[in-house]
Write a protein that binds this ligand. Structure first.
Ligand code: FE2
Ligand code: FE2
Length: 199
């Protein structure tokens, strides 16, 4: 599927600012993918970027029904509904758009929480969603700088920041976010980064 065709399919489902965010996420992911050219399916990254927020504005009751009636983790319903649009999005992109590529669907599914053992494509979408140039929150600049050197360190920081953010607001944290953080903590670059900081 070509970029413009994909964008035209996603546009009616998003508000203007979310559509612009979608384009920035896609372009950020493609930029981060450049050093891995030849080792990565850039078309898969582009499609995952374009469709990652496909289900963002679906009706919450409908999303709940889809989670209940499909093979999706039921514990999602015990957490904030902001977490639903990733897994439900992967389901709907397959069903309504007819994309069956597992690497695309996986990156859509895990883009909000992350998980242990993310593929490079999963990581690039997870990270681009966090650092795309429209994101302004405190701490994002450190993650952008890290991303230029190590995707693993940047993903680790993003999951660390998300956990800190949620805890400071007394929010629950979905287990896969912890799994992402712990799993990334074992990556070579992250171990080195932590050793430098902790002395
Ligand atoms: Fe999202
Ligand atoms: Fe997003």
């Amino acid at each position: 599927m070509k970029r413009n065709e994909a964008l035209a399919l996603v546009e009616p489902h998003l508000r203007r600012e979310r559509f612009e965010h979608t384009i920035r996420v896609t372009d950020t992911a493609l930029e981060l993918a450049k050093p891995y050219e030849g080792k990565l399916d850039t078309e898969a990254i582009e499609l995952a970027g374009i469709f990652h927020d496909y289900a963002k504005y679906r009706n919450l009751h409908e999303m709940k029904r889809w989670i209940i009636s499909n093979p999706l983790p039921k514990d999602l319903l015990d957490y904030h509904h902001e977490l639903w649009h990733g897994p439900v999005g992967a389901l709907l992109v397959e069903r309504e758009i007819g994309i069956h590529q597992q690497d695309v669907l996986s990156a859509i599914r895990w883009h909000t929480t992350g998980k242990a053992k993310m593929s490079l494509t999963d990581k690039l979408i997870f990270l681009s969603d966090y650092i795309e140039p429209g994101r302004k929150f405190s701490g994002v600049e450190e993650v952008r700088e890290a991303a230029a050197k190590s995707i693993d360190v940047a993903c680790w920081m993003a999951s660390r920041n998300t956990i800190n953010f949620l805890m400071n607001r007394n929010q629950k944290i979905y287990p896969d976010t912890f799994h992402a953080y712990n799993d990334l903590s074992n990556e070579k670059d992250v171990i080195k980064w932590r050793e430098n900081i902790n002395g």
